[in-house]
Design a protein around this ligand. Structure first.
Ligand SMILES: Nc1ncnc2c1ncn2[C@@H]1O[C@H](COP(=O)(O)OP(=O)(O)OP(=O)(O)O)[C@@H](O)[C@H]1O
Ligand SMILES: [Mg+2]
Length: 465
């Protein structure tokens, strides 16, 4: 029983380090990911290149290390043997004056220079070179083959190696070529390997570029469609999976376009038909005798007319309009001018590049709706825009009553109005914000409402571009 009780707690304890390791690993992976390139192209290149590079480095290191060690060892051994033989000859036939004969033989047959210096002292030992393979190998070999005090210099003159050995009657000085003791042409191997890597890199770049281009095209097409821009002819291409994604996108796009078309056509049709009936209605009303009943009916028909106009405006906005480069500062100035003509004054300000690609009429209707709302509710209105980091932001501030936080999403609903509750009905239909948000979203952006520093409502439109 008590064992059972302990079970889960022990399990938890045992898991704790595991969890910690997992967390640490996740943090480590995130930090690495932060430093890795973000693009697919660069990442795929890394995936191809990195393993090859690591493999080549390991192979090169192991091979070079062994090859160098072995060949240098053998060469050093041969040189040490030759030197030992020379010493043997000198010791056995010391009658050679000035050691001229042995010098001649060594130079001709063994390939190094020999001379005997008077005295029996060696220079102080040379500092160990950084790359000490040759130094080590040669020292070892001379120590075993000759067995006398010696001094070597493998660094001083880059092409030559100097060896001094204490003899019975002087100091033997041997000057050999470095290549006689050292595997010096191994860099050819490295050159070959680097060239092979470069060829591989070139091939990988060529192939990958072709593989990634269709994905890029698909991303571009999806992005411009999301921003409501003309996509043009999009033909799925590339690997099977990419082509499938492209085909799915093309299908989805045509479905959405068909749907929008249908909705627009229906809305336009209904509004148009109703307007005809409404006109007839008005005419008949005009024939009725005057009175409070007729007035009430006239107010209702006016309201209906306004609603229909809004519908039609909406339908037109969604229609065929193409995105085009538009001067945003100019558009804002035009809106301010319109307001001025109607007797209002609004302050405008624009920062950044004013040119942006969007559907000008639709966007002007959006801004017009927001500014119209502000003018209806407030005395002071400020319109400011900025275009930076790929986003256009337009802010409409006013000093009116604002919209309480709880209502800020509701007012975007079609026909939802606060004015009725506020008893300041001026014949709005409650479609303005719904249409505006629709336009903003069809550009790939959105509208949000907030409290304005002026005290009223702040409406912020953000669209990519
Ligand atoms: N700047 C504002 N200050 C205070 N209330 C606002 C402001 N803008 C909008 N509202 C409130 O949000 C509601 C919805 O606005 P919306 O623009 O959708 O409709 P509307 O202005 O009433 O009618 P329409 O724009 O179709 O003529 C409005 O009824 C109003 O109460
Ligand atoms: Mg409005």
């Amino acid at each position: 029983m008590s064992l059972d009780d302990d079970g889960p707690r022990i399990g938890l304890l045992r898991d704790a380090p595991l969890v910690r390791i997992r967390l640490a690993w996740r943090r480590f992976a995130r930090r690495i990911a932060d430093h890795l390139p973000k693009g697919l192209y660069a990442r795929s290149l890394l995936i191809v290149i990195l393993p090859v590079l690591i493999l080549q480095s390991v192979v090169a290191y192991v091979f070079m290390e062994r090859h160098w060690r072995l060949v240098t060892g053998r060469l050093s051994e041969a040189l040490a043997r030759d030197v030992a033989a020379v010493i043997e000859v000198i010791d056995t036939w010391p009658q050679d004056p000035d050691w001229r004969q042995i010098g001649r033989i060594a130079e001709r047959d063994l390939g190094f220079q020999v001379s005997v210096l008077p005295g029996s002292t060696l220079p102080p030992p040379m500092p160990r070179p950084f790359f000490s393979l040759l130094d080590n190998a040669l020292s070892d070999e001379i120590a075993t083959r000759v067995g006398r005090p010696f001094w070597i210099d493998t660094v001083g003159n880059s092409d030559l190696v100097e060896i001094r050995i204490v003899l019975k009657s002087g100091v033997l000085r041997v000057i050999a070529r470095r290549s006689q003791a050292y595997a010096s042409n191994s860099h050819i191997f490295l050159v070959w390997m680097v060239s092979a890597s470069l060829v591989l890199l070139a091939i990988a770049i060529l192939f990958l570029r072709n593989q990634i281009r269709p994905i890029q095209r698909l991303a571009d097409a999806a992005e411009s469609f999301g921003k409501g821009r003309a996509v043009g002819e999009f033909k799925p291409s590339g690997a099977r999976e990419v082509r499938r994604a492209g085909e799915a996108f093309a299908l989805m796009r045509s479905r959405i376009e068909r749907q929008i078309e249908q909705r627009t056509a229906m809305l336009a049709g209904v509004s148009h038909d109703l307007r005809t009936v409404l006109t007839r209605f008005r005419l008949q009303l005009a024939l009725l005798p005057e009175g409070p009943d007729r007035e009430a009916l006239e107010v209702d028909t006016d309201e209906m007319q306004a609603m229909l106009e809004a519908y039609l405006a909406f339908a037109r906005g969604e229609g065929e309009e193409e995105a085009a480069p538009t001067d945003m500062a100019e558009m804002m100035a035009a809106i301010a001018m319109d307001a001025e003509r109607a007797g209002f004054e609004i302050a405008i300000l624009f920062r950044g590049d004013p040119e942006i690609v969007l559907r000008p009429n639709a966007f002007k209707r959006l801004l017009g709706n927001l500014v119209g709302n502000a003018l209806r509710h407030a005395d002071r209105v400020e319109l400011s825009g900025s275009h930076a980091d790929g986003w256009l932001t337009v802010t409409v501030d006013d000093d009116g009553p604002g919209v309480p936080e709880a209502e800020r999403e509701n007012v975007f609903r079609p026909f939802y109005r606060l004015d009725e509750a506020r008893n300041q009905d001026e014949g709005g239909t409650g479609l303005g914000l719904a249409i505006s948000r629709d336009i903003a979203r069809s550009h790939g952006g959105d509208i949000t409402l907030d409290e304005s520093p002026l005290g009223g409502l702040r409406a912020v439109v953000r669209i990519p571009g």
